[in-house]
Design a protein around this ligand. Sequence first.
Ligand code: AMP
Length: 192
Amino acid sequence: MIGIIFGPPGSGKGTQAARLQEDLGIHHLSTGAILRGEVARGTALGKEVGRIMAAGDLVPDDLIVDVVRARLPEAERGVGALLDGFPRTVAQAQALDRMLADEGHRLSFIVALDVPEEDLEARLLHRAQVEGRTDDTREVIAERMHEYHKLTKAVLDHYREQGVRIDTIDGTGTPDEVFERIRAAVRGISSG
Ligand code: AMP
């Protein structure tokens, strides 16, 4: 199974993907977490992307596609992989489609978290206090939302046109409530 957990910044993708990994054994692959690890370790890649991430911009497609290409085969083993934060542009989606096609695989499902715009900033500012993510400031959040609307939302249309199953999930309420909604939807997928 290869799935995508999709949604704007602050919609709860990371939280829910971690729970799905625990519950279903599906491998949570977060490009944001990978990049933050590279920045923290001060690797060449981390040095290249640190400033871009701090500004709330997207890192170049070819760079992030290489990151995913290097990790996808391992992540797909077993139950499969749940992509969080990737693909974020149509070009990335096309690159993913090619990677999967080369292996004879295709995308199984998309879970799209739906949270009202006005809740997202409050959630991210709260996360800044709890987790200390440096890109959760008002100014950088605004840039990340801008990138989401300008480039990332179109990824859903790309997959809608391909007929990929997209479950839109109400992402409001407690993490437990959201998780139950996702689990009900994903259960439907694995039973066909
Ligand atoms: P996230 O944790 O998914 O919110 O990602 C944090 C930051 O990492 C983003 O604001 C981007 O700067 C960068 N990033 C993560 N995934 C991608 C991607 N697929 N394409 C471009 N930039 C990404």
